[in-house]
Design a protein around this ligand. Structure first.
Ligand code: SF4
Ligand code: SF4
Length: 252
């Protein structure tokens, strides 16, 4: 009887992941940055694995995302799981902090997600650019005008890359917003006017805290546009100061 050799068994791998293999040293480095964040010990104290956070999390209703899972990964120091969650899952959190208000351990899963996002950007993880790309227009609007999106800008034509659900917000928003008693919710052009001096001060804060450096690592083109906007606003501010100094001199 002929004995055939068994065919070689293919290595076990994640069939859906396109991510490159990551060294253990890199996984440790990423986790050390998360654990070394000044807020880390404030945001995690243990975990019962009770799932209250996930039960009350709005993002968990719509995405493959669970704050319980995130906290468990961190608490058990599951380095591979943490790295994996940083590719996509952590970007589903809406930062509403309902979880922090409900957790019996006084953990803040939303706060932990914020730390993980900071570290993901710092390490320029491959998925960061991909995940943040649809938000570049929002960011540019916030940086250049100091305002967020006006609701009439959120249409399915303007945001085709936000997927089919964007059509659900393409509604009579002005009518809906009129029902909210705060007057700042009634405008469509800008939510409020941002003082030139405030904008310039904000730019200084973003520079000093490394926010702009982070932006450069995520989206170099957007960084260039933002830098031009900042330069223009600073020039305008200088001119305003000069004009007003002259006015002061005239008055003397
Ligand atoms: S983080 Fe808090 S609420 Fe969530 S599973 Fe752990 S103990 Fe429960
Ligand atoms: S902060 Fe994030 S994790 Fe917590 S409830 Fe809100 S969306 Fe969910």
């Amino acid at each position: 009887m002929t004995v055939h050799a068994r065919p070689p068994v293919p290595p076990i791998a994640d069939p859906v992941s396109d991510l490159p293999a990551v060294s253990y040293e890199k996984l440790e480095e990423v986790f050390d940055d998360i654990r070394g964040h000044p807020l880390y010990d404030h945001e995690i104290h243990g975990c019962l694995n009770c799932g209250i956070c996930t039960a009350t999390c709005p993002s968990a209703q719509y995405y493959d995302y669970s704050p319980r899972e995130i906290v468990q990964l961190l608490w058990t120091e599951n380095l591979e799981g943490i790295y994996d969650a940083m590719q996509e899952k952590i970007w589903a959190c809406a930062q509403c902090y309902t979880c922090a208000a409900r957790c019996p351990f006084e953990n803040s899963p939303g706060g932990l997600v914020m730390i993980m996002r900071e570290v993901a950007i710092k390490h320029e993880l491959p998925a960061v650019k991909e995940v943040l790309r649809p938000f570049s227009r929002v960011l540019l609007k916030v940086v250049s005008t100091g305002n967020q999106l006006a609701p009439n800008m959120i249409t399915k034509e303007a945001f085709p890359d936000w997927g089919p659900n964007v059509a659900k917000v393409d509604a009579p928003l002005m009518v809906l917003r009129k029902a909210i008693p705060m007057p700042t919710m009634h405008t469509l052009d800008t939510a409020w006017e941002v003082n030139l001096r405030t904008s310039v001060e904000l730019y200084t804060i973003w520079e000093a805290t490394g926010v702009l450096k982070q932006l450069e690592s995520v989206d170099e083109n957007l960084f260039d546009v933002v830098s031009d906007v900042m330069e223009e606003k600073r020039d305008e501010w200088e001119e305003w100061l000069e004009d007003n100094e002259d006015d002061g001199d005239d008055e003397d």
